[in-house]
Design a protein. Structure first.
Length: 227
């Protein structure tokens, strides 16, 4: 229905969001590495480093002997199933991540991102307690960035590409754009969608980001800004 293109929200406290670009690069490099693998090896790689609930709960052995069970709560967030999966997550991180890094600072932003990934994975685990398939993708961590953005900059303008008859770029408040995205996640949870999408990880990430950004943000950064 819509595709975000960019926002009108300049950074004010840092010169360059190098942690955000570092995360973008890490995700792309890991996927490029995955892309060199044969299909069977690619699938096994996601089993080894994805977040499998019964592995994290230590009901079955960890596929990678030297990797602690808890480590998959982080490693899964750097794996993607295909280019569309990767690019959609990286687009949202690129649009919204620089302002959250600006509001938190470099080190706190990295901590924030990783914590959102962990908490999103735990939300997925809680609602898929006996799941035996791997959760992969940065969407839980990126959802945390979006949760923080909606709390800090709900009035910032986001240019989105609407397609009703023909694609039209329109500036709308972040609250509307991100609110619609969150509502879609809730809708698919309520109808118990069987699509292979981790809806609960998305919602867990949003909630984690909204909660974590309050104690981690700079003191001079106000809530509900972006005007």
């Amino acid at each position: 229905m819509f595709l975000p293109l960019h926002d009108q929200n300049p950074i004010r406290h840092i010169k360059f969001p190098y942690v955000m670009y570092g995360l973008l690069a890490a995700n792309v490099l890991v996927f490029l590495f995955q892309s060199t693998m044969p299909a069977e090896t690619f699938d096994w790689f996601t089993v080894e480093y994805g977040m499998i609930p019964i592995v994290v709960r230590d009901l079955v052995p960890q596929p990678v002997a030297w990797l602690p069970d808890w480590a998959n709560l982080v490693t899964y967030a750097f794996l993607h199933g295909d280019w569309l999966h990767l690019l959609s997550n990286m687009l949202f991180l690129w649009i919204f991540g620089d302002n959250i890094e600006d509001a938190l600072g470099h080190i706190k932003f990295l901590l924030f991102y990783l914590l959102c990934a962990v908490l999103a994975a735990l939300a997925h685990l809680a609602l898929n307690f006996d799941g035996n398939g791997p959760l992969i993708g940065a969407s839980g961590a990126v959802a945390g960035v979006m949760g923080a953005y909606i709390l800090l900059y709900p009035h910032a303008r986001v240019f989105v590409l609407f397609r009703i008859v023909i694609p039209i770029p329109l500036p709308i408040p972040a609250l509307w754009m991100l609110g619609v995205w969150i509502a879609m996640q809730v809708f698919y949870v309520l109808i118990d969608s069987q699509e292979p999408v981790a809806w609960w990880a998305h919602l867990g990430g949003v909630a984690a980001g909204a909660l974590l950004v309050i104690p981690l943000k700079r003191g001079e950064v106000a809530l509900f800004g972006g005007r």
